[in-house]
Design a protein around this ligand. Structure first.
Ligand SMILES: Nc1nc2c(c(=O)[nH]1)N[C@H]1C(S)=C(S)[C@@H](COP(=O)(O)O)O[C@H]1N2
Ligand SMILES: [Mo]
Length: 404
């Protein structure tokens, strides 16, 4: 890991168990705290995410927080206080959570278009789904071309549980789709800066209308009312699709014949070949591909002792589940099947995997390679592109550990 952070000073001084408990740090091991304390001074958490666990996060900027690789653990769900955050615009005022039930979303491109409040949405059905939420720029930090944007490594991702109303129920309640609906377009409810063309800043994304089969208007995450940081009071969740398509504080859902004209759709988040210019005819970042990485053991605590370790990590297949994961301890020369561990929370969630191996003295390159239920195998190489999107290369995600 090249990035490091530490506790804000006031947290370092709060040494008592009670104080740590109050800060939500009770579960942190002495080791993690010592490590954090030893790291150089880092940016504090921004106010809207001040409730998060600082030791678990790398603060790239006020709008980009990354989960540390060492914080992922082996129990499937990413706790909300350790989950990454990415905002393209400043988060709205927290006052939008004062009366959650009064939040309204305009539904367009249906036979009977209208606005619905969150209170009304709650009556139309409820479903719960676990999904991997991942920024399409996750793994950008491994591109040698150094694309502009946050150099995320593995931690712009998490696996969380959403609860809300299936969007198809809402569409059915409003008479079904209007003719010619080809895209499902979601619009964020941020206040736009003045004096600029709204289309250059508006967070509005379109996905193929087939995503309606699984999409949710969610008001809960990990068993709690949805926080402002993660899009409360209401978020459009598109399971299996890259993070940017999961619109926070959603205020409009439209079924449209064409894709949004917002820049974030027309030119942003496109798979633009190196040396080209972003343009609407290049593929957009939509469905996620098959990907995995190792979360332990890591090299950040220094050399390991010779002996048995549990090589563990996460694997997911976007809209497909995971069939299996192979692990290599020799940089990809030979592979062994790992065991999928923990509950299977469905095709959109990630699976945890583990493989016990003996590591003798020396340097070892640990890699993982996942296969989805359709037989697609995680690629060795990244697909080069201007924005540094969709990095699923198993080689880029390999971990080097020293045993001595
Ligand atoms: N309204 C709105 N929705 C948004 C964004 C945003 O800036 N505004 N950022 C998108 C991007 S790029 C990502 S990766 C995810 C991040 O979700 P999180 O902050 O809950 O982790 O939200 C997406 N949805
Ligand atoms: Mo993102």
């Amino acid at each position: 890991m090249t990035h490091s952070t530490t506790l804000p000073r006031r947290h370092l001084l709060a040494g008592s168990a009670a104080a740590l408990g109050a800060l939500g740090l009770a579960g942190w091991t002495g080791n993690a705290r010592a490590q954090a304390a030893a790291a150089p001074a880092a940016k504090p958490l921004p106010a809207y995410a001040g409730w998060k666990t600082p030791e678990a996060l790398i603060v790239h900027s006020t709008s980009t927080l990354e989960t540390r690789r060492s914080a992922f653990g082996t129990s499937v769900i990413t706790p909300s206080n350790q989950l990454y955050v990415r905002n393209n615009l400043p988060a709205p005022d927290a006052a939008i959570l004062d009366n959650r039930d009064a939040w309204s979303v305009s539904i367009e491109g249906v036979k009977n278009p209208r606005s619905l409040t969150l209170a009304e949405l709650r009556t139309l059905g409820v479903e719960t789904v676990a999904t991997v939420l991942q920024c399409s720029g996750n793994g950008r930090g491994f591109f040698p071309s150094k694309p502009s944007g946050t150099p995320w490594q593995v931690g712009a991702a998490g696996c969380v549980v959403w609860s809300g109303v299936p969007l198809r129920n809402v569409v059915a309640a409003l008479g079904g789709l209007a003719d010619g609906a080809a895209y499902l377009t979601g619009t964020g409810g941020e206040k736009l800066p003045e004096g600029v063309d709204p289309l250059t800043v508006l967070v509005e994304r379109s996905v193929p209308v087939k995503a309606l089969d699984d999409a949710l208007l969610a008001w809960e995450m990990n068993g709690e009312p949805l926080s402002l940081a993660h899009g409360g009071p209401l978020r459009l969740v598109v399971p299996g699709y890259q993070g940017v398509n999961n619109i926070k504080y959603v205020k409009r859902v439209a079924f449209t014949a064409a894709q949004s004209q917002a820049r974030i759709m027309s030119h942003g988040y496109r798979m633009s070949p190196p040396g080209s210019k972003a343009s609407p005819d290049q593929p957009s970042v939509w469905e996620m591909g098959v990907k995995s990485w190792i979360n332990g053991p890591l090299a950040d605590k220094g050399a390991l002792k010779p002996g048995q370790v549990q090589v563990h990590g996460v694997a997911f297949g976007g809209t497909r589940g995971i069939k299996g994961v192979e692990v290599s301890v020799d940089g990809g020369k030979t592979w062994q099947a790992a065991k999928l561990i923990g509950p299977d929370l469905g095709p959109f969630a990630w699976r945890q995997f583990a493989l016990p191996v003996r590591l003798e003295a020396g340097t070892h390159v640990l890699a993982s390679r996942a296969t989805d239920t359709a037989g697609n195998v995680q690629a060795e190489q990244r697909e080069e592109n201007l924005g540094g999107y969709n990095n699923a290369s198993w080689r880029d995600h390999a971990v080097t550990v020293t045993v001595a």
